[in-house]
Design a protein around this ligand. Structure first.
Ligand SMILES: Cc1cc2nc3c(=O)[nH]c(=O)nc-3n(C[C@H](O)[C@H](O)[C@H](O)COP(=O)(O)OP(=O)(O)OC[C@H]3O[C@@H](n4cnc5c(N)ncnc54)[C@H](O)[C@@H]3O)c2cc1C
Length: 495
């Protein structure tokens, strides 16, 4: 008799929904997390009078109560929806390139079309045609992923879906500024529009327009705790501050794990929320199956990030924030911005989240919490001599503030608390190679047409869930964990 029916490695978004779904589905489940709190990226921490949100800039998929296909359905299924308060952002984002444009897109299709037409007159019909293509390709993409047979899918999906996003933008618009505003969300996927498949960025735009961008009162940590509570209420067991150091196999099948306490724990199924390289690296037994080696060799570790968390002794209005989410880019050259993410040259693009435009409760009255993020690969940070690290990170943080000063002049004077996270911080806290929080680079070869993110691992009994097996981000990983658990439960029921 196994110690458990299932063991889940890692309590990130996917690990938590996997564990809660398994336990609530009747599988006796152990959740093992190396950190001291649940959530992985989805956590927060305290500095002085402020709580700092680690990751959540904009939550997609929540939608209105009762809206079909929303993330609320999954949260309700796990009995956590009622305990969480979602805070809707009015606008999708404000996009600024100093001296070139300053445009705020409301979070609805028509309002955004109006704002773009006002900023770049004469483009209304092109904008509407473009939005229609975004909706159509997303509709058929979702249908395809939901199992609609290929012959019933609209060929527009195959004609447009894999084209680079930039190519489709250039086909619709002569005005490079307008194209840049519409491509702003590339920072949420980690590759520039020239390398992102149209269907991926279309899906992100659709998700935020249709289901709106949200924050959570009490931050993402509140949702992580609620998911953990759901798991515990159902009788699940959790071990924090404990890492899995090996996945045990017998005759090629995963049969349990060894913890860093040296305990061995057996289970019929193991679900891993750790990165793929970490998960396969922990497999004990004969050499890795050749399919695994081929798979890992064909993928590139994605981007990480640099975050400047700030507690400011001023309100968003006093500082000049008009939206919760503001993107500031140095210029229109996304390729140059992407190339700079492999260097320690000054940041060329930031997303600034002001968590008190629609307050989430992380700052006392009269103050505000703001975080600035730019994407960064880990390599340049890993190459720094240790004695250079502190100087380099504060110099780099200054470059993010320089960009922010374009929309909030004098913001430096209001700083009360700061904390800085580099890709090395992400590596340490998440245990992922390169600190990559979206998993592998999300180019066309990572998409659902070539890799089935819902597929099983190459090792029977070992299941994968999280950013490293599909798309990164909150909504995809929360959904992926529940899906992985349902497949385990279905297989067990059928056996
Ligand atoms: C700064 C930042 C900003 C972001 N902004 C957004 C945003 O605005 N919107 C959005 O949708 N997404 C955003 N993301 C991305 C999103 O947070 C992640 O893609 C998502 O949370 C990843 O979830 P996951 O399930 O893959 O697990 P992860 O969060 O990667 O967690 C994996 C867990 O596994 C644990 N673990 C690893 N190895 C072991 C082991 N051997 N034993 C035990 N435990 C182990 C880790 O400690 C960790 O808790 C952001 C991320 C960051 C860091």
């Amino acid at each position: 008799m196994n110690d458990y029916d299932a063991i889940v490695i890692g309590a990130g978004n996917a690990g938590l929904t996997a564990a809660a779904t398994l336990q609530r589905g009747g599988a006796r489940t152990l959740l093992v997390e190396r950190h001291t709190v649940p959530g992985g990226c989805a956590t927060s921490f305290r500095r002085g009078r402020f709580e700092f949100e680690v990751a959540l800039h904009q939550l997609s998929g929540i939608g209105a109560p009762g809206q079909a296909f929303s993330l609320r359905e999954l949260l309700a299924e796990l009995d956590v929806a009622d305990g969480l308060e979602f805070v809707e952002e009015r606008d999708l984002y404000r996009a600024v390139v100093p001296g070139v444009y300053d445009v705020t897109l409301p979070a609805d299709w028509a309002g955004a079309a109006d704002a773009l037409e006002a900023a770049f007159p004469g483009n209304r019909s092109r904008i509407e045609r473009f939005f229609e293509l975004v909706r159509t390709v997303t509709f058929w993409q979702v249908a395809a992923r939901g199992g609609t047979p290929v012959e019933q899918l609209d060929p527009v999906l195959f004609r447009q879906g894999l084209r680079p996003f930039k190519e489709v933008l250039d086909e619709h618009f002569d005005d490079e500024r307008l194209a840049c505003v519409l491509g702003t969300y590339w920072g949420y996927l980690g590759l520039p529009p020239s390398r992102l498949p149209f269907q991926d960025l279309a899906l992100v735009l659709f998700a935020y327009f249709e289901f709106k961008p949200w924050h959570i009162r009490g931050g993402s940590q509140m949702m992580s705790r609620a998911l953990l509570d759901s798991f515990l209420r159902a009788g699940g067991e959790v071990r924090f501050n404990t890492a899995v150091e090996a996945v045990l196999t017998r005759r090629g099948r995963a049969v349990g794990v060894r913890l860093d306490t040296c305990d061995e724990v057996s289970a019929a199924d193991v679900v891993s929320n750790a990165s793929l390289p970490t998960t396969y690296g922990m497999l004990e037994g004969p050499s890795l199956p050749s399919a695994v080696v081929r798979d890992l060799g064909s993928r590139r570790v994605g981007v990480s990030g640099f975050v400047l968390h700030m507690g400011l002794d001023a309100t968003p209005e006093e500082l000049g924030f008009t939206t919760s989410t503001t993107f500031v880019n140095a210029d229109l050259d996304d390729e140059r911005t992407y190339a700079s993410m492999r260097t320690l040259q000054p940041a060329r693009g930031i997303v600034a989240s002001s968590y008190d435009v629609e307050p989430i409760g992380f700052a006392p009255a009269g103050a505000s919490h703001v975080s600035l993020m730019t994407l960064q690969y880990a390599d340049a940070w890993q190459a720094l001599p240790p004695q250079e690290y502190a100087r380099a990170k504060f110099a780099y943080a200054e470059s993010l503030l320089d960009l922010l000063e374009n929309v909030t002049p004098g913001v430096r004077d209001a700083i009360e608390e700061v904390d800085v996270a580099t890709p090395l911080t992400m590596m340490r806290y998440l245990g992922h190679p390169g600190g990559a929080f979206y998993g592998y680079e999300q180019d066309a070869t990572e998409g659902w047409l070539f890799r089935d993110s819902d597929r099983e691992s190459h090792v029977p009994g070992l299941h994968l869930a999280g950013a490293w097996t599909g798309m990164g981000g909150f909504q995809p990983t929360l959904t992926a964990g529940a899906n992985a658990a349902r497949r385990v439960l279905e297989t067990t029921a059928a056996a």
